[in-house]
Design a protein around this ligand. Structure first.
Ligand SMILES: *[C@@H]1O[C@H](CO)[C@@H](O)[C@H](O)[C@H]1NC(C)=O
Length: 178
């Protein structure tokens, strides 16, 4: 009888411990993902990705002048070569936000359409002092796999034709998400 009630007591303790363990809200550790990809931004040419929508001279405005604003829909590729696999689109706007013309403010989404992150997106926001080799920006949210994402990225200009305004940008992003 003594042994029996002892076993019963242990069983009740185990059940109670399991109940507590299962009902305490769990603080899941965020996952961290590093992404490296390239965006191709072209203000001229038959394959232009970006158009001027306003500025001091209307549609003829120069992106290097304070107040000029463009809208873009840029291919995002795995490698620096524009012919490498397209894995998404970078869609949004940037506006020259510095009075001396040397920085733009960017706000855009990267929507992944192929590869590991297909169907998910990241929201990117921040200043881009484009004359610097490396610029850091914020990743403020995301969707799909990147829900609740927070992070940062480093932007580098891989190549840029300053006359034709056609270039390739490297984005190296680190995000925490659940
Ligand atoms: C990407 O960024 C991470 C963290 O900032 C850094 O450690 C890594 O070397 C970078 N990778 C490339 C290819 O630039």
């Amino acid at each position: 009888m003594g042994i029996y009630s002892n076993t019963l007591f242990q069983l009740l303790l185990t059940v109670a411990a399991l109940y507590v363990a299962c009902t305490i809200p769990r603080q899941a550790n965020p996952a961290q993902t590093n992404l490296l990809f390239y965006a191709h931004d072209r203000l001229t040419g038959d394959d232009a990705t970006t158009v001027m929508i306003g500025g001091k001279a209307g549609h003829e405005s120069n992106i290097f002048h304070f107040g000029s604003m463009v809208v873009m829909d840029c291919p995002v590729t795995e490698g620096p070569d524009a012919e490498s696999r397209e894995i998404g689109r970078a869609q949004g706007i940037y506006v020259n936000s510095q009075r001396d013309g040397k920085a733009v403010y960017v706000v855009f989404s990267v929507m992944f359409t192929a590869g590991e992150y297909e169907g998910s997106s990241l929201e990117i926001q921040g200043p881009d002092a484009f004359a610097m080799k490396q610029r850091e920006f914020g990743v403020v949210s995301g969707t799909g796999r990147f829900r609740f994402a927070r992070g940062f990225g480093i932007l580098e200009t891989e190549v840029m034709d300053l006359v034709k305004l056609r270039g390739t940008l490297k984005l190296n992003i680190t995000v925490k998400h659940y």
